[in-house]
Ligand binder design. Structure first.
Ligand code: ATP
Ligand code: MG
Length: 822
């Protein structure tokens, strides 16, 4: 215990201890899920502060979500009596925002610049394309958005993008126009936050030098998901005296589709000349069966850096698997199971009591949660795609089980909230054209689409904002527009100096929004949300100390309290750091000292754009947690449900046709599994209504990649396909060869067509009457040409799985769909 004398270090294993107390220098911790990476990162910050090796202002820590940042701050303030407000702990976007607010002049932005979320960005692009008569069939706005975002992630301005063909050149031109439009309106999108603050550091020697001197310790969590630009940004911030600690897990890299580069890890080791590399191999989160499932699954990926994970906790309960006939059934089962879990029963409702666990699974029937039951907040339902949540939400709602949805349509993204925010933004900045267009005629006030087009033309000709161009529009249309502008001006006057909550109350009423929704069929919910916005603002102001992310803080706040160093585990000198060296911050760079601060309203609008926007009122409630697997990263729960384990859904259809895509899906599944501490449930449905279409599904290939001995199969509640017997799995897996069905996955669809899992026994009998078989080329009037992958069922139930060249893999009922062999 000697070196662990500090209570801070008491519960660390030797590798963790080494990582927490590393001497100065760059370091990489590469370790699997639940091995304590985030814990090490937080503890190291506390340890540095406690031992006088850093001041709060000298630390910059990047986390992946706002939630994680908040947790870190809470933990730190519990560990140490310091003022955490001055600490730069946040997401990349949050920190960039902070940097740009502090140096907005140098960054060529108004101080109260507004942030466009993805949805706003798309509508800004659509507006621009309309204005310049760009054919939106040839250039789908989403593609243009993707193009711009991608360029920014690579750190490229329009002039830096190489345009090969005519289409590329057009997109580059649109990128240029879009930039001009944003600049004129004083708005930035997410990519711009990052790029602009990178450029700020790159192009201003004094600013860069200032921050480099200041941030002696830069710590990055979830490093595997940084993109090129984020890495370049970190390089700008790291000075000769800085130590960068990056922690990550290549197996949890799940944002390649957004430009994340696992390669940043290797680059980091090389370019920073990393002095210390530490592996953590003990998992503290999950019981053995859960960990076995995770390890075996991820073993099917070939591109891995290679790590292992073990646990000292026992095997625990088996991983439970459930098949239902429909998505509805799946949701109902989840709810029933959750009620049992909460009640403290064995979680084995009638459906589980059935003698359903054949094979090895039964051997692991372990003692359950005990009588006390689980807290609802310790139960999470994870899904691959947001569209899955609706059915689950309905089931929870009907059963009166409180739940909370993260991500998805976030609170601040709901239409009524966006309308209210648009009015609020116009109070701050009348030249915000996106907001102007959103609410000029909402609620309706006789301003038609043609009038708005006319106004946009006039604004473009005059090089002015819509607000300024209103005066030039004649006639009744002009009068209506002038009326709208006057209404905003009156609101602005009316709300001057009012507390934030009252501003929002005035806007809700004076805009006519509340009145409008009163007459709408489902308006009551929307009105409730508008009231909730007032509450959100209120708690933002009181609890959060508004503007923590948005305001240039006074210098002494950045310095924080003097560190408490009375529990030195090892002396600073032994850490290679000169204890006599002053660690206090440099004074802030000039334009951050002007004393300008954001209005509470501007700060709140920033918060609305950057925060996950979870409904504030629900924040403290004990509720079941619903989220996509992506947003579950870094989190942990006692009980986890992973639903929709179906081919095409998880792994996702878009990712099934190439090896890299499939490996990323598998990492996603690894992330999902490793969120669970005690209980893990996997489920799939035979049919699912998704995006308005009924899909027939086969169970996910991932089932085949889990160790049979760790699973317990539960008989489906609803008849249909009958028992989902492990033999049929074995048969299916057997056809694809030994050594892991998809381990050598070169031609996905060829292999896939061989795999028949969870197939009703009838499907394997009898000759087909439809004349189709796997491998045939077929034609469908709507989907075009495709290859039959597999056939299931007979007569009216017969269905074919076809891989269409243009539309991907679809299941078609042969009694309905007309397929001709070509
Ligand atoms: P992920 O890869 O999912 O982000 P992680 O590596 O960041 O996981 P943590 O979240 O830091 O892991 O830790 C996982 C769990 O294990 C946490 O509940 C943490 O408190 C606990 N834990 C970590 N180290 C220890 C330890 N030495 N003793 C006891 N519990 C620990
Ligand atoms: Mg973590």
């Amino acid at each position: 215990m000697a070196p662990q004398a500090s209570p801070l270090l008491r519960n660390l294993n030797p590798e963790q201890l080494a990582a927490v107390t590393l001497p100065a220098g760059h370091a990489l911790i590469l370790a699997g899920a639940g091995s304590g990476k985030t814990r090490v990162l937080t503890t190291r910050i506390a340890w540095l502060l406690q031992n006088g090796l850093a001041t709060p202002g000298g630390i910059l820590a990047v986390t992946f979500t706002n939630k994680a940042a908040k947790e870190m701050l809470t933990r730190l303030s519990a560990l140490l009596p310091i003022n955490v407000r001055g600490m730069w702990i946040g997401t990349f976007h949050g920190l960039c925002n902070r940097l740009l607010r502090a140096h907005h002049k140098l960054a060529n932005l108004p101080q109260a610049f507004q942030i466009l979320d993805t949805q706003d960005q798309l509508s800004a692009i659509k507006r621009l394309m309309k204005q310049f008569n760009v054919d939106d069939e040839r250039f789908p706005p989403k593609q243009v958005q993707w193009f711009i975002a991608g360029a920014k992630e690579d750190g490229r301005r329009p002039g830096d993008v190489e345009g090969g063909n005519e289409d590329d050149r057009k997109k580059i031109e649109l990128y240029q126009l879009y930039e001009e439009q944003c600049q004129r309106e004083g708005v930035v999108d997410f990519g711009e936050l990052m790029l602009r603050s990178y450029e700020l550091l790159r192009d201003n020697d004094a600013i860069r030098a200032h921050y480099q001197r200041r941030f002696r310790h830069i710590l990055v969590d979830e490093f595997q998901d940084t993109n090129r630009l984020q890495y370049a940004w970190l390089k700008q911030l790291a000075g000769p005296e800085s130590s960068v600690l990056a922690v990550g897990d290549d197996d949890q890299s799940i944002y390649a589709f957004r430009g994340a580069r696992v390669g940043n890890m290797a680059d980091f080791v090389r370019e920073f000349n990393v002095a210390h590399q530490i592996k953590l191999e003990q998992n503290y989160r999950s019981f053995g069966n859960i960990l076995d499932a995770a390890n075996e699954l991820i073993g099917h990926n070939s591109s891995r850096l290679g790590k292992s994970l073990r646990t000292e906790q026992g095997a625990g309960e088996p991983v439970r698997v459930y098949e239902s006939t429909s998505d509805l059934g799946e949701a109902q089962w989840m709810v029933e199971e959750i009620r049992n879990l909460v009640r403290g029963g064995r979680g084995a409702g009638p459906s589980q009591a059935a003698p359903a666990a054949p094979g090895g699974g039964a051997a692991h029937e372990a003692a359950s949660a005990g009588a006390e039951g689980y807290e609802k907040r310790e139960i999470a339902i994870l899904y691959r795609s947001n569209a899955q949540s609706r059915v689950i939400e309905t089931a929870l709602f009907n059963a009166a089980v409180p739940y909370r949805v993260y991500g998805g349509l976030r609170f601040f993204e709901r239409a009524e909230i966006k309308h209210a925010l648009a009015y609020l933004r116009l109070l701050e900045n009348p030249h915000d054209d996106t907001s102007f267009l959103r609410v000029a005629n909402f609620p309706a006030r006789g301003i038609g689409a043609r009038t708005l087009e006319q106004l946009q033309d006039a604004a473009r000709k005059a090089g002015a904002s819509l607000h300024d161009a209103v005066a030039g529009i004649p006639g009744k249309a002009g009068a209506n527009l002038a009326g709208f502008v006057a209404m905003i001006d009156v609101m602005r006057e009316q709300t001057k100096g009012l507390p934030l909550r009252e501003i929002i109350e005035v806007v809700n009423d004076a805009s006519g929004l509340v009145e409008h929704y009163r007459h709408e069929r489902e308006g009551a919910d929307r009105i409730e949300n508008l009231h909730e916005l007032v509450n959100a603002a209120e708690s933002f102001v009181t609890q959060e100390g508004f503007g923590r992310d948005a305001v240039a803080l006074p210098v002494d706040e950045l310095r924080g309290e003097p560190p408490h160093g009375d529990e030195l585990a090892q002396s600073p000198a032994s850490q290679g750091i000169d204890p006599a060296r002053p660690l206090l911050d440099e004074p802030l760079a000039p334009d951050a000292q002007t004393g300008e601060t954001l209005s509470p309203l501007a700060a709140f609008l920033t918060h609305a754009a950057l925060e996950a926007g979870d409904n504030q009122a629900q924040a403290g409630q004990d509720a079941v947690q619903l989220m996509t697997v992506h947003s579950a990263k870094g989190l942990e729960f006692d009980c986890v449900f992973i639903g929709g384990l179906e081919e095409g859904l998880f792994p996702h259809q878009n990712a099934m046709s190439d090896r890299d895509g499939l490996e990323e899906e598998r990492r996603l599944m690894y992330v999902a599994i490793t969120r669970a501490r005690k209980r893990l449930y996997l489920s799939h449905a035979q049919t699912r209504l998704l995006h308005g279409q009924m899909r027939y599904s086969v169970p996910s290939r991932f089932y085949d990649e889990l160790p049979e001995g760790a699973l317990k199969w539960i008989t489906p509640r609803h008849g249909g396909f009958g028992a989902y017997a492990p033999d049929s799995i074995a048969t299916g897996a057997g056809t694809t060869g030994a050594g892991g069905p998809f381990g050598k996955y070169s031609s996905p669809f060829a292999s896939f067509s061989n795999v028949v899992r969870g197939t009703p026994p009838v499907a394997q009998k009898a000759a087909p009457s439809h004349g189709l078989r796997a491998g045939l080329q077929v034609f469908h009037a709507k989907f075009g040409e495709g290859t039959v992958l597999s056939i299931e069922g007979m007569g009216d139930d017969a269905r074919a799985q076809v891989n269409f060249a243009r539309h991907g893999v679809k299941w078609l009922a042969l009694s309905v769909a007309k397929l001709t062999v070509v």
